[in-house]
Design a protein around this ligand. Structure first.
Ligand code: NO5
Ligand code: CA
Ligand code: ZN
Length: 449
């Protein structure tokens, strides 16, 4: 197993955590969230998940065992992690012998009128786009750049919101024989910065066409798909009370229980539920769903991806799925600790790792195989690579830690933290005609392109 994080980061974590905790948790709770009971379908506040610093787990295996409690692991350090857990999951983690320290809840907004539904993000966060605001911005871009950008509704979420795929290319209305690249965002409800990442790409790639030579060349020779919001229901729910709920899953009810939601990034139809990398308990943060692709959102996007098989060949060659947080570039597999094996040759692994490191060098993220963190099964990258042979990466965006805002950094960071990934995105777009060029094996793998 590769030791991935310099031990020094633990010290940094401890320092940041003690800073964060200097604002006493009790005080944060006293001014804390108004009861959610008045909001239809909301969990009582006592059952709201919280983040904890957990000291103890020091290996991927120990973290995988910890994740088996159903908590989500949000941050990984050499001898500690940050998790999101409800009361039962926190108790289960304690039973594993770890020490937990509760971290302050996300910032709270002035209480809304009882029963009111928040229409926007709270103060300090209004620069983030709600689903309605994102839709409006996207429609305006499509109207402004009709030759470059087109919008398709590829299906609907559980609650009936449209799931969109935006296509960006020169001659956008024609299906030309060009390498395609897919960018997806917001599988996890609380990871709102990822929608901003998708909107940044839409704005950047349309507005710079014709003036920026690289952007122009890439749009002339690639077909780019952006799915800006895989989990609009979860995102709306996360902000609906006026206070962030730290919600992760979608909003699909689970039959026979009062527990809501499937972790979309454990629901993809490749080695679904195979390897202790997800939970079978509907109450858990990482609930994998009743069956593979049981979440409508996963079903819609998988079907879209398969629709890009033309003449027996998957047109999408590379992908990035945006998450927060930890500042990582991850590649498959998540379901196994092995670097290579069935479904991943040495050359394929080397291509993944070389491109991953190259991208990470541009944004300062840490590059590694996904399972170096902990085992996941049913995650999108494993599906896109394992089932569709797409060079698929996960970016865990800003910040690096809880102390810098965790899932809820202020809107003032949006511009810097989205444009930070511009270069990595352009590099992946450039390599999409033959990813193996990254390891100098284009003649072996991409003859005739
Ligand atoms: C992801 C990655 C490890 C794939 C996940 O914190 S996150 O939930 N965004 N991390 O566990 O699905
Ligand atoms: Ca084109
Ligand atoms: Zn995520």
């Amino acid at each position: 197993m590769r030791p991935r994080i310099p031990g020094g980061r633990t010290t940094v974590l401890a320092a940041l955590l003690s800073l964060a905790l200097a604002a006493p948790i009790a005080a944060a709770q006293a001014q804390g969230a108004p009861p959610h009971g008045s909001v239809a379908g909301a969990a009582p506040d006592a059952e709201r998940p919280h983040q904890y610093e957990v000291t103890g787990p020091a290996t991927a295996a120990a973290r995988t065992a910890l994740a088996a409690t159903g908590a989500s692991i949000d941050e990984v350090h050499a001898r500690a992690v940050v998790i999101t857990a409800d009361r039962a999951q926190a108790a289960a983690v304690r039973r594993l012998g770890h020490t937990l320290r509760r971290l302050p809840d996300p910032p709270v907004a002035p209480p809304a009128a009882p029963g009111a539904r928040a229409k926007d993000f709270p103060p300090g966060y209004t620069g983030y786009h709600t689903y309605a605001e994102a839709t409006k911005e996207i429609d305006a871009l499509v109207a402004k750049y009709p030759a470059l950008l087109s919008k398709q509704v590829i299906g609907t979420s559980h609650e009936g919101r449209n799931l969109l795929a935006l296509k960006l290319s020169k001659n956008v209305s024609k299906d030309e024989n060009e390498p395609e690249v897919l960018f997806t965002a917001h599988q996890h409800a609380r990871e709102h910065l990822t929608v901003e990442m998708a909107l940044y790409l839409l704005n950047e790639l349309t507005s710079k066409y014709g003036s920026d030579a690289r952007v122009t060349k890439l749009l002339d020779s690639r077909e780019i798909w952006i799915i800006p919001d895989l989990n609009p229901d979860g995102g709306a729910y996360d902000i609906a009370s006026g206070n962030f709920r730290s919600w992760r899953k979608n909003r699909q009810p689970n039959q026979g229980t009062s527990q809501v939601g499937t972790d979309l990034n454990r629901n993809w139809d490749f080695k679904w539920g195979c390897c202790d990398g997800s939970s079978g308990n509907p109450a858990d943060e990482t609930y994998r769903g009743a069956s593979a692709a049981s979440a409508p959102e996963v079903q819609v996007v998988s079907k879209f991806v398969r629709s890009r098989i033309v003449g027996g060949t998957q047109q999408i060659k590379a992908a990035i799925d945006f998450h927060t947080y930890s500042e990582l570039v991850l590649w498959p597999f998540g379901f196994t600790d092995d670097d290579t094996g069935p479904g991943m040759t040495q050359d394929e692994h080397d291509t993944f790792a070389t491109i991953g490191k190259k991208m990470a060098a541009t944004n300062g993220y840490t590059p590694e195989q996904s399972s170096d963190l902990y085992i996941t099964d049913g995650a999108i990258d494993d599906y896109l690579w394992g089932d569709q042979r797409i060079f698929a990466y996960t970016f865990e965006m800003y910040p690096s830690s809880f102390g810098s805002g965790g899932f809820y950094p202020r809107d003032s960071v949006i511009s810097k933290q989205t444009s930070r990934n511009r270069e990595a995105v352009l590099q992946l777009l450039d390599l999409a005609d033959c990813p193996y060029r990254a390891i100098g094996k284009q003649n072996q793998y991409c003859k005739g392109r």
